[in-house]
Structures are given as structure tokens and as C-alpha cells.
Design a binder for this molecule. Structure first.
Ligand code: F6R
Length: 227
């Protein structure tokens, strides 16, 4: 894995945006698996700034949804699809998307794209990727599952008073690990132990993020999460 440590979360965003912009310049039709959550938001904001400034074009990119809660409508404030539209698709002028609703349809759509070029991922406090909760082996498919207590707790921070749905659908480990490049973004001291473990232990299904080490992985982290 290539490890890129930045002084703070804003520098992380600049470095991650540089990486993504470089991929898009090399292939304007890049298909990207897009995480929501807190960590990538400054990166998406930096990409949006570059698009607005005319420094970058992303309108030919295909944005592919990584995960979703079960039984949450598009107009529900907790919809991860809507979060992806708001934070990534709309500000970057992206016109092609793949929504994750049904595992079969989703897998067929990715096959039709010829696979994913890039997966942008955050790191769960329990080492999950998307909602691939531990244990998730490398061949875990796109599926519906129950969220673990740790993920319910970390996701609660997003929604204030609203409860976190207990079930979710996630792009499988098979799809994530087959991406031609993977980018893992990690910010904050609360991620330090799990990041070190993901890079040094296993690789093991008990820490799904550790399985990323068999992919062309770039980790961009801030010093709080690493030093
Ligand atoms: C979000 C997602 C999750 C988050 C992870 C880290 O679409 O798939 O796996 O990336 O839980 O979340 P943050 O970035 O909020 O710490």
C-alpha cells in the first residue's frame, strides 16, 4: 500500500482530491465507487471547488453508490443515496450514476461498466468497508445485512435524533476488492488503532479493511490518525 500522511484533514482533502483528479484526467469516463460518511466530505468539497473554478471536469464520470440503509426513502434525511447526490454527483456535474437497490441489478450494472476504476472508501471504527461488517471474507457479495452495534453507534452521529436503521445493503467485498484502484481516507485519532491494525494485522475477514492490502491501495490519512 502507498501511505500518504498529511498534517491535517484539510491537507488530506487536497491530497485526496489531487489523487482523484489525476485518475479523472487519465480517464474522463472513470467509474467510481463513492463512500459517504464524514471523512470524504472535505475531499468532495475540494473537488467541487476545482470544478467550479474550471480547473477540473468530472461530468463524464460514473458515480456508483457504495451502501444504503434498508427501507429508507430517497427523501428521508438518512438516505445515503441522497447524501451522495448532494455531496458528490450534483456539485461535480456528474450525469451517470448507479444506484444500489437490488444486488443482482447492481452487479449487472457494474459488469456492464467493465468493472470499477476507483473505489473511494472510509474506514469503519470496526474495520468495515461500506457496510461489510466483520467478518466479511474477500468473496462476500453485494447483500443485505444487519448492522453491528459499533456501526449503529458510529452512524448515530450523522442523524441527530433520528434512529439508525438496523439493516443495510452494501456493495460486496468482491466488488470493492476488484476495483482497479482503491483509495482509503482516514482522519482523526479515533481511527488510529483500527488503521494500524488494517495495515499490519491479518489480512483477515475479521477486519475487512485489511483485505484492501491485496489491491492497488493508496491510503491518505492525517497525522491524528497515524502519528
Ligand atoms: C459510508 C460508508 C462507511 C464509512 C465508515 C467511516 O458510505 O460506507 O463505511 O465510510 O463508516 O465513516 P466516517 O467517515 O464517518 O468516519
Amino acid at each position: 500500500a502507498e501511505l500518504n500522511i498529511q498534517p491535517d484533514s484539510q491537507a488530506l482533502a487536497t491530497a485526496a482530491a489531487d489523487f482523484i483528479a489525476e485518475q479523472v484526467r487519465a480517464n474522463p469516463d472513470l467509474s467510481i465507487l463513492v463512500a459517504t460518511g464524514n471523512t470524504p466530505m472535505p475531499t468532495y468539497a475540494e473537488l467541487a471547488r476545482r470544478v467550479r473554478a474550471g480547473e477540473l471536469e468530472m461530468n463524464r464520470v460514473v458515480a456508483v453508490q457504495l451502501d444504503e440503509y434498508l427501507g429508507v426513502a430517497e427523501d428521508d434525511p438518512r438516505s445515503l443515496w441522497s447524501w451522495m447526490l448532494r455531496s458528490f454527483v450534483e456539485p461535480l456535474g456528474i450525469r451517470r450514476t448507479v444506484k444500489l437497490e437490488d444486488p443482482r441489478t447492481f452487479e449487472a450494472a457494474i459488469a456492464a461498466l467493465g468493472g470499477l476504476d476507483l473505489a473511494i472508501l472510509g474506514l469503519g471504527p470496526n474495520g468495515h468497508l461500506g457496510f461489510n461488517e466483520p467478518p466479511s471474507p474477500a468473496d462476500a457479495p453485494t447483500r443485505v445485512l444487519e448492522l453491528t452495534p459499533e456501526s449503529l453507534a458510529s452512524n448515530a452521529a450523522y442523524w441527530g435524533e433520528l434512529p439508525v436503521p438496523r439493516q443495510a445493503i452494501t456493495a460486496g467485498m468482491d466488488i470493492i476488492l476488484a476495483a482497479r484502484k482503491t483509495l482509503l481516507l482516514v482522519s482523526g485519532a479515533h481511527k488510529r488503532a483500527v488503521l494500524r491494525s488494517a495495515l499490519e494485522d491479518g489480512p483477515t475477514p475479521d477486519l475487512p479493511a485489511s483485505l484492501l492490502r491485496r489491491t492497488p491501495l493508496t491510503v491518505v490519512a492525517d497525522e491524528a490518525a497515524w502519528v
